[in-house]
Design a protein. Structure first.
Length: 277
């Protein structure tokens, strides 16, 4: 090997080794465990058990419904917020301050933030006090132990991913395209529909995929905010590994979750592709 190629090979080998050691190897262990019995014999019984059990399908439906709603709400809130930060805010110190407020919670443990929402969403919490004070409700609502409570917690935790992805995409839109559109007589709404939104769509899709995958795989927030009344698929997986110690069945649950989530993401990506005439 020539001396000129050696640094390039080393630069490529280190990320490849990291990817194999910390992603492929653990996934291979889980996959092999899901296809074997506790005695090491090949079997598909774990997957048959999962797919034939209506309870697992109910939990999957709840998990993906919460994930889809979380993604939808994050998109509906995150896109206008990203637009505000990139297109409306002109004073840079204020923009930096808003971005810091958005990013700082990411450095806090999900456990701490979820416990905070347990306090805020309680019957005597700030949310119920505010709703009663505004006259919107007469008595406290039950948020904890409901899908709404889990949804609120997940949206709070995952919203920054949408805002950062969309904001980066909006910042890359060439203003000359908007000026040209205006010169040709397009309205601001028409310019947004035909130029800005299509150009920001890749960033929006990237953020949405990230939020959806994190939402359907979330454990801490649903476990704390569900109050034991709602079960998501990650809780079933954790139960198999931590309480039942059935690593083979837990591996099958993990692979099933991963395959279904990737399939939904692939379908969504396919549907979002622009159609060719």
């Amino acid at each position: 090997m020539s001396g000129a190629l050696r640094p390039v090979v080393l630069l490529c080998a280190l990320p490849a080794a990291f990817f194999v050691a910390f992603f492929l190897a653990p996934m291979a262990v889980v996959l092999i465990a899901s296809l074997t019995t506790s005695g090491g014999q090949p079997t598909f019984a774990h997957y048959v058990r999962i797919l034939a059990d209506a309870y697992h399908w109910d939990v999957l439906w709840v998990t993906f419904r919460i994930g889809a709603l979380t993604t939808l709400v994050c998109v509906l809130i995150g896109y206008p917020l990203a637009w505000y930060l990139v297109r409306v805010v002109q004073w840079r110190p204020w923009r930096r301050f808003c971005v810091i407020l958005l990013v700082v919670p990411l450095f806090t443990s999900n456990i701490v933030r979820s416990f905070g929402w347990m306090v805020l969403l309680g019957r005597n919490g700030l949310v119920n006090d505010g709703l009663i004070g505004l006259g919107l409700i007469e008595r406290p609502m039950r948020f904890l132990g409901t899908e709404l409570g889990i949804l609120i917690g997940l949206v709070y935790i995952l919203l920054p991913f949408i805002v950062l992805a969309v904001g980066n995409a909006l910042a890359k839109v060439d203003p000359a395209l908007e000026h040209a559109s205006a010169d040709l007589g397009a309205t601001p709404a028409g310019t947004f529909r035909t130029i800005i939104f299509p150009l920001s769509l890749p960033g929006l899709m990237a953020g949405a995929v990230m939020v959806f995958m994190l939402a359907v795989s979330a454990y801490v927030t649903p476990a704390l905010l569900s109050g034991g009344r709602i079960t998501v698929f990650s809780m079933l997986i954790f139960q198999q590994y931590s309480s039942v110690f059935d690593f083979n069945y837990g591996g099958a649950l993990s692979i099933t979750m991963l395959v279904l989530a990737l399939a939904l993401v692939a379908i969504a990506g396919r549907l979002s592709e622009p159609r060719r005439a």
